[in-house]
Design a protein around this ligand. Structure first.
Ligand code: SF4
Ligand code: SF4
Length: 488
């Protein structure tokens, strides 16, 4: 197409390009969302299968109540990391909302990705039930007989995909190897099967029947988003000053046809931005709770305005830039930096706590008797007894033992030998510490002494170990004297 000269509405002379020339190099935001969706889908499908030494990247195992994170396994008693993960999740989503509005909904949310697959790929591209991706408001015409057949085929494909999606969701709670073992023996695992079918039924209902009503009426995120927005939050935003005022402040429509607008207003009232909207809203009314920031309306208006050599009237921009005309959007603002600092801090804490994780579990509690005094060869031996719960959290059997650290006056009487614990097994032991030394000399009160214990796997002493501080009670000297006199 050749170039033409034209006089625009504001009387400047422009070189007229064809729409194709004008859009050269432009990539629809929709395609970028598709790339993100493909990556997110591949990631969630592949990640449950990746293991290092039998440990998963992310698994909250309902089988053995273990939490796998970054290929490190945490026992259920060690879930001190979980609050940090939840804080990172919530603060991260809030931070993304301050920066990019409901971007999570439009770009990452499984609901949106499933709907794109169902509506844009299956219904429109594969089964041709809808005429165009750009018109999401015209529902398929099921009065046509062939469409009824396609509808059944589409429903069956949807059920198959929902089964896969439900299985993928479960793989984060039941590792795939066990999942398929359960699936092969469904009669023995009715709860598992019921959960799988239940999630599948919900997904089919949600994606095929509930559709974007879920985003508009069910999802709580839309309710909180507006309080997080500020003038620099980027979102789909219509430029009234260029396009013309279509709605008044009470959201009443003022304009249906272009000739009702001023000559300088550029909106063609084509409503491409409306028909493409999956949540069925008109972005020209301003920010609405229903907007999921998918930016389809930006793409739609970009292609319409390209015919007039004009930038889109609907932009992915901010109130500061488009409505208030106060210059460029400020991405690096105190609020955003605050979220960044908090997230970085939480991440560092998570990493430090995760790296300091003990590879065994041990719990030591003093028994009810404060101490025992034995007299051997007319010398007192002071004993303190403890109940020890020790768990081998590793995947292979180890031989464990316990040492007193940095104190050669207090020794271990029981257990007298190292003991074997199988993988995942928790064992109860009685620990008896004793001393033949005179560690205190008070006839007014018992003396409490701090003792450090190290429990460890004999074959990996420097790797699989846990250190605990406990208290050793040394009796009053008059009690020891009395016992000695009684024996003599
Ligand atoms: S797509 Fe652009 S020109 Fe068409 S109605 Fe929407 S804002 Fe106006
Ligand atoms: S107005 Fe509709 S099409 Fe535009 S970003 Fe929001 S949800 Fe998407």
């Amino acid at each position: 197409m050749g170039c033409k000269m034209e006089v625009t509405k504001d009387n400047t002379i422009n070189k007229k390009l064809s729409k194709k020339e004008y859009l050269k190099g432009w990539i629809p935001l929709r395609y970028m969302r598709y790339y993100v969706a493909v990556f997110a889908t591949a990631f969630t499908l592949i990640i449950p299968w990746i293991t290092v030494n039998g440990n998963h990247f992310f698994l909250f195992s309902f089988i053995d109540f273990k939490f796998h994170f970054f290929f490190v396994v945490f026992d259920i008693q060690e879930l001190y990391l979980l609050p940090f993960l939840l804080m990172i999740l919530f603060i991260g989503v809030f931070g993304i909302t301050v920066l990019g509005g409901r971007m999570f909904c439009g770009w990452f949310c499984p609901q949106t990705i499933f709907r794109v697959v169902f509506r844009d790929f299956l219904e429109t591209t594969v089964f041709k039930l809808r005429k165009r991706i750009k018109n999401k408001q015209a529902e398929p015409d099921f009065s046509i007989p062939i469409n009824q057949v396609k509808r059944v085929a589409l429903f069956l494909v949807s059920i198959a995909l929902a089964f896969l999606a439900a299985a993928d969701a479960l793989w984060f709670f039941i590792p795939p190897e066990q999942f398929f073992d359960y699936a092969m023996h469904i009669t023995e695992h009715s709860i598992f099967m019921g959960t799988w079918i239940g999630i599948t039924v919900f997904l089919v209902y949600d994606i095929v029947f509930l559709k974007e009503e879920f985003c508009v009426y069910v999802c709580p995120y839309s309710r909180i988003q507006s309080v997080l927005y500020d003038d620099d939050t980027i979102m789909a935003i219509y430029d009234n000053s260029r396009g013309g005022q279509i709605y008044n402040d009470n959201h009443e429509k003022l304009v249906d046809k272009q000739d009702q607008l001023a000559p300088s207003d550029l909106c063609t009232t084509c409503e491409s931005c409306v028909t493409v909207c999956p949540t069925h809203i008109d972005i020209r009314q301003g920010l609405q709770l229903e907007c999921i920031n998918c930016l389809e309306c930006v793409d739609a208006c970009t292609t319409i305005m390209a015919k007039f050599n004009q930038p889109s009237l609907v932009n992915w921009s901010s109130v500061r830039e488009i409505e208030k005309k106060e210059g460029k959007t400020r991405y690096m603002r105190p609020k955003v930096l605050g979220y960044g600092v908090v997230l970085a801090g939480l991440f560092v804490i998570l990493m430090v706590m995760g790296s300091g994780k003990e590879l065994m579990l041990i719990n030591i509690n003093k028994q009810t008797r404060l101490y025992d005094i034995e007299i051997v060869n007319e010398k007192p031996i002071i004993e303190n007894s403890y109940t020890v719960l020790i768990q081998n959290t590793q995947s292979k059997t180890h031989k464990f033992y316990i040492d007193v650290v940095g104190n050669d006056k207090i020794k271990i009487q029981r257990p007298s030998h190292p003991f074997i614990i199988k993988p995942g097994v928790k064992t109860k032991k009685t620990l008896v510490l004793y001393t033949t030394e005179k560690l205190a000399n008070s006839d007014r009160h018992d003396t409490i002494l701090e003792v450090k214990l190290k429990a460890y796997a004999m074959d990996e002493k420097d790797k699989i170990f846990a250190i605990r501080d406990i208290r050793f009670t040394y009796p009053r000297s008059d009690i020891i004297e009395k016992k000695l006199r009684r024996v003599k």
